[in-house]
Design a protein around this ligand. Sequence first.
Ligand code: PEP
Ligand code: MG
Length: 559
Amino acid sequence: MVQEVLRRTLVTWLILFLERYIMITLQGKSVYRDIGIGRLVFYRGRSETVRRAVEDREAELLRFEKALQAAKVQLRKLYDESVKIVGEANASIFQVQELLLEDERFTEPVRGMIADQGVNAEYAVRETGDALAMELGAVEDAYVRERAGDILDITEQLLGVLADREGEHGLPEEPFILAAEDLLPSETVQLSGRKVLGLALGKGSTHSHTAILARSMEIPSVMKLGALSAEYDGRLAVIDGYTDMLYIDPDDATLVAMEEKKRETDRHRALLRELKGKKDITRDGKLVKLFANAGSLADVDAAIANDAGGIGLLRSEILYLDSAEEPNEESQFSFYRQVLQRMSGREVVIRTFDIGADKRVPWLKMEKEENPALGMRAIRLGLERPKLLKTQLRALYRAGIYGKLCIMYPMITSVEEILKLRQLEQQVKRELEQEGMLFAAFLPTGIMIETPAAALLSDKLAKEVDFFSVGTNDLTQYTLALDRQNESLERFADPDHRAVLRLIEMAAKNAHDAGIWVGICGELASDTAFTEEFLRMGIDELSVSPGMILELRHKIREL
Ligand code: PEP
Ligand code: MG
C-alpha cells in the first residue's frame, strides 16, 4: 500500500518534471518570418457576459446607443493611432469596423433583444455578435469568412465601453511573447507600444486582419498552433517564423541555435535595409525591373516601403470579392487612381478581374462547376459578360491619366481572345470620348502567360500585345495537371520541373523576337534559386510580394 502511494507520487512527480523541463514543440503557420525569444504571457481578452433582466428597457436601449457612439469615437482614435504605426491602408481596418458598427444586421437584432426580451445590452451585444460572426464564419468565400473576426472585434469593443474598461490589458511592461487563443485586430495594433517579442496564437488565420497587422508591425508570429495551454504562462519560449514552430522550455542546444539564427536574421535585415535606393542591376550590368505584386492599398504602401520599382501585378478581383454587389465604375476608378497616385509615376500593371476557380463571387450567381479551375474563369467570364469587363476597362482608361498604367489580361489561350478584347477597348474609348470624359488615349496592354496554350502560341501572341507576364502558379497547375488548391498534392509540385521552365524560356524568346518585354509574376519569381536561370532566359521583370523585394535585389546584385 505504502509502496503503491510512493510509486504514484513518483510517477506524478516525474510527469510534472517532464512537462516542466522537457522542450515542448508546437507547429503552426507562420505570418512573419523572424525569430522571437522571450517569456510567454497569456492574454485572456474575452470577457464573460452574464444575462440579466432589465426593468427599464428604454433606459437600456439608451445605454446601448450611447455605447455605440462611444465605440465609434474609440475606433476613430484607434484609426488615428494606427495610421502612425501601420500606415493608412492597414489602419483602414478600423474605418471598416466603424461602418460595421452601423450595420443594421448587427444593430437591429441587439435593439430587438433589449426591447423584446428585456435583457441587458451586454448580453444582447454578445449574442448578436457571436451569431453574426458564426454566420460569416461559415461562408464559403475566404474574404467574407475573415470578416467574422471584425464582428468579434467590434463586439468586444462595445462590451469594453459598456463595462467602462477602455484599454485595460494587464500586460507587463517588460518584453514578452504574447500567447493567446486568438487576437482581435484592435488588440493587435495596441501591442505596438509594448515590447512584444513575438505572437503565438492557438487559432487565427494567416489571411486575417490580425495577421496583416502583425506582419506590418514586423512581429515574429506563428498562428494555428492548436493546443496552447495557459499553463505555459511565464515559461521561456522561442518562435521560429521560418519553420512555423513554437518551442516552449527550449533545451540548451535549441536555444543557442535560435539565438544564433536571430543574430543572423538581424544582420541580414540590416544588410537588406542598406539596399533601399540601390539599383536592381547584376554585376555585368543587366538592369532588371523589380516590381511588387499587390491586391490592396496596404500592399501598395508595402511596395513603396520596400522600394519596389513598380507594381507588376495588381490583382483587381479583390475589389469584386470585397463587395456585396458589382463594384461600380466610380469606386473602381477611385481605387485605381489612388494606386497610381501613390506610385507617383512608377509603372503599375493592373490585371483585369480573374474571377472564377477558387475566387467565387456570390453576387455573380455563377453556375456550379465540376472543375472550376478549368471553367468559367478570368477572361472567359469577361468576354462572356462584356458589360462587366467594359465597366472595368472604362475605370482603367479614366484612371490612366493619373500615372503610368498598363492593363494585363489573365488566362489567355488564343489570339482570337485578344482580338475580341481589342474591340472592347475600342468601344470603351469611343464611348468615353462621346461622353466627353477624360481618359488615357493609349495604355500598353499585355497578357499573362499562365496556360500552356499561351506559352506554345507565344510567337503569335507576342505580335498582338505590348508585354508578357508569366503566371507560374497557374502555368505550373495546368502544365503538370496539379490542382493548386489541393494541399495534399504539394509534394508533387516540383518548382524545378523542366516542362514549366521550358515554357517560360519559349515565351521569353518569342517576346524578345517580337520586341516586347517579358516578366514573371507568379510565386516562382521570388525563388532566388531560379533568379540566375530567369535572367539567363532574358526575363526583364520580376514581380514578387513586397516583403521579398530587397531579398531579390540582394540576389540580383550578386549575379
Ligand atoms: C499566377 O497564376 O501565377 C498568377 C500570378 O496569378 P494568380 O496567382 O492570381 O492566379
Ligand atoms: Mg493565375
